[in-house]
Design a protein around this ligand. Structure first.
Ligand code: KG4
Ligand code: ZN
Length: 347
């Protein structure tokens, strides 16, 4: 199975075999391109995908020691994501499937993140609870052996990865913010202050209040003078050690918020023996420790992918594509790219 991923700012292709062994996984990141804007610029992202998609597919085949003619099927992440970016991967996948006369599978990017845990590993035990924590999503959902999914918890404002990215900008930590904040936090005291943990009344997640609290901790409490908001300090004037301390305090609060929403959803779930997580934020060591602790406390089997398969990659797309193909599903050339898409039944 060739997997293709182009939903945001990584152009990726991978080959996964029928035993879900990853034979190759190539990711061309666009971080350099977007760093100066401190966020992904959609038009730049689509253009970069167009330039990179063919070399990336070639590289994935050559690393796996395969020719295009050896492929049995093509899976592509077709939703959700940036529409211009998705279109590039979906068009490439359609062209390959049509010209090679092999099945095409459109798979859901968020579901693919949890299936990354089953690559080079045994199948997932169902029913399971899935957690996806990424730049675009903070979702908890139930998965059953029939492939049904039921969304249990979501964020009412920012995704956790988005909050990390904004924190990275405010802390002048670098881009992308998640790994940069994690690095900065290593030199800081997480207990320097208690930043607020989002507590939506009905469960779920909230990270925007935390982001604002970090801004005020860095710049001081704002005042209105002649109708203008004035902060006592500039972001660039914050001491280096204070940045490390606040990065650590931010990470502690963000992980506590993730734990709170996850545990709330787990309390309501019955018959579950497996917790499976994926998405860029699951690469964070403090998040991984928290998940290990939650799984131990609740006697759940924890399935998390290695760090390289947490962030966007195409092996996870091929992995879910194989599950779907084995269940007899495939798409046709009318497959649509969709910026937004609800979680759907997999099989
Ligand atoms: O899954 P992903 O690559 O793309 C989306 O589907 O969104 O996730 C990217 C997100 C970004 O917000 C990035 O800052 C965050 O994951 N991230 C991290 C870490 N590595 C990536 N956040 C916290 N700690 C990390 N080590
Ligand atoms: Zn993703």
């Amino acid at each position: 199975m060739l997997g293709i991923e182009s939903s945001c700012d990584e152009t990726a292709a991978a080959i996964v075999d029928e035993h879900r062994h990853v034979r190759s996984s190539v990711v061309a990141s666009q971080h350099d391109l977007h760093a100066q804007y401190a966020g992904v610029v959609p038009e730049l992202a689509s253009r970069a995908h167009v330039e990179r998609i063919v070399p990336v597919v070639r590289e994935a085949c050559s690393e796996a020691g395969l020719q295009l003619q050896d492929l049995d099927a093509v899976a592509v992440g077709h939703a959700p994501g940036l529409i211009g970016s998705l279109l590039v991967g979906v068009s490439a996948a359609k062209a390959l499937a049509w010209s090679l006369g092999i099945p095409l599978l459109g798979v859901h990017h968020v579901l693919a993140h949890v299936h990354a845990a089953a690559l080079d590993a045994p199948p997932l035990d169902m029913p399971a609870i899935g957690l996806v924590a990424s730049g675009g999503h903070t979702h908890v959902f139930a998965l059953d052996e029939m492939g049904n999914t039921q969304l249990l918890a979501w964020t009412i404002d920012d995704a956790i990865g988005e909050a990390f990215d904004k924190a990275g900008t405010m802390l002048r930590a670098g881009y992308p913010g998640g790994p940069a904040v994690e690095r900065l936090a290593q030199g800081g005291n997480a207990h320097v202050m208690d930043l607020p943990i989002g507590r939506p009344r009905e469960g779920g997640f909230s990270f925007s209040g935390l982001k604002t609290a970090l801004l005020y901790a860095l710049r001081g409490q704002p005042r209105r003078i002649d109708g203008v908001t004035v902060f006592p300090r500039d972001l660039d004037a914050v001491e280096p050690q204070r940045r490390c301390d606040l990065a650590a305090a931010f990470q502690r609060a963000a992980v506590a918020g993730l734990r709170r929403g996850l545990c709330h959803a787990l309390d309501a779930a019955s018959d579950v023996t497996c917790l499976v997580a994926g998405g860029g934020v699951i690469a964070n060591a403090t998040v991984r420790e928290m998940l290990t602790a939650v799984a131990q406390e609740r006697s759940l089997t924890l399935r998390i992918p290695p760090v390289a398969l947490c962030v966007d990659n195409a092996a996870m797309i091929a992995g879910l594509g194989i599950v779907e193909l084995c269940a007899g599903r495939s798409s046709d050339l009318s497959l649509q790219s969709m910026a937004r898409a609800p979680l759907k039944a997999v099989l």
